[in-house]
Design a protein around this ligand. Structure first.
Ligand SMILES: NC(=O)c1ccc[n+]([C@@H]2O[C@H](COP(=O)([O-])OP(=O)(O)OC[C@H]3O[C@@H](n4cnc5c(N)ncnc54)[C@H](OP(=O)(O)O)[C@@H]3O)[C@@H](O)[C@H]2O)c1
Length: 223
């Protein structure tokens, strides 16, 4: 696929892993943080021959923007990114609404009748929000082959063209079983599966696993 300009909002392990993969695929990326002096973002940029800046600078730069911020702070972070900088952009939302304030296991700060993906779309009606990749560890997000066999990634969003663009990128990451669940309201399910994912991580003792939707058709597909 053609090289894109991508803003990566978030300096945690997810932002760094996604950013590194995007640069490796030939895309231009800026990592955004609250402060333009964020040391983690600067170090990542230096290591990857990329740039770093504020959330607003990263969002303004990208034709596509990844939200890799803490789910409890994503609305605030996207507010800092600026609605104008997100207008018309594909906003790939990887965040989970996990509230660790009472320890482990976290609770979901929003669920059942709403989701963080929907809240982000409501807060930024001009952005083309696509919820995806939140149901697995970030190592698996960018390298699905590290879990053998055919397993699944979900996409939810109101804009079909945006989901197509994101699916193209997912294929470049190595994904084959990409399941379009429907509009952004369908982000509820992938967000509400997190309690199961977190318990599995504790039980299995590692994060190199994923959910596979097994069905009769496409039985020969891989990853
Ligand atoms: N870890 C995984 O493998 C995994 C898998 C699936 C989904 N996720 C989701 O991906 C997201 C990122 O996870 P992570 O572990 O990489 O990082 P994280 O520690 O959850 O989030 C770090 C980012 O959140 C920003 N942030 C924190 N508090 C903020 C506030 N009050 N206002 C604005 N921004 C704030 C930080 O900004 P600064 O850079 O300025 O400090 C930083 O960029 C989360 O929503 C997580 O649930 C994680």
């Amino acid at each position: 696929m053609d090289s894109m300009r991508i803003g990566v909002l978030g300096t945690g392990i997810v932002g760094r892993t996604i950013g590194t993969k995007l640069v490796a695929l030939g895309h231009e990326a800026i990592m955004g943080a609250r402060s333009p002096d964020n040391e983690t973002a600067r170090a990542w940029a230096k290591e990857n021959g990329a740039r770093s800046g504020t959330f607003a600078e990263a969002a303004a730069f990208g034709s596509m923007v990844f939200n890799c911020t803490n789910g409890m702070a994503s609305l605030a972070a996207l507010d800092m990114a600026g609605a104008g900088n997100l207008e018309g952009k594909v906003l790939v939302d990887l965040s989970n609404p996990l509230d660790f304030s009472q320890g482990f296991p976290p609770t979901l700060s929003v669920s059942n009748t709403d989701s963080l993906g929907e809240a982000i779309q409501r807060a930024h009606p001009g952005a083309r929000v696509v919820k995806t990749l939140n149901t697995m560890n970030c190592g698996v997000m960018v390298d699905p082959g590290r879990v053998p066999g055919r397993h699944s990634v979900f996409v939810s969003g109101n804009d079909a063209a945006a989901k197509q663009e994101v699916s193209d990128l997912l294929r470049a990451f190595g994904w084959r079983d990409i399941i379009d669940l429907g509009d952004i309201g369908t982000a509820r399910g992938p967000e509400m599966i997190l309690p199961l994912w977190l318990r599995l991580m504790r039980t299995l003792g590692h994060a190199d696993f994923n959910f596979a939707v097994m069905r009769a058709e496409n039985a020969d597909d891989e990853s």
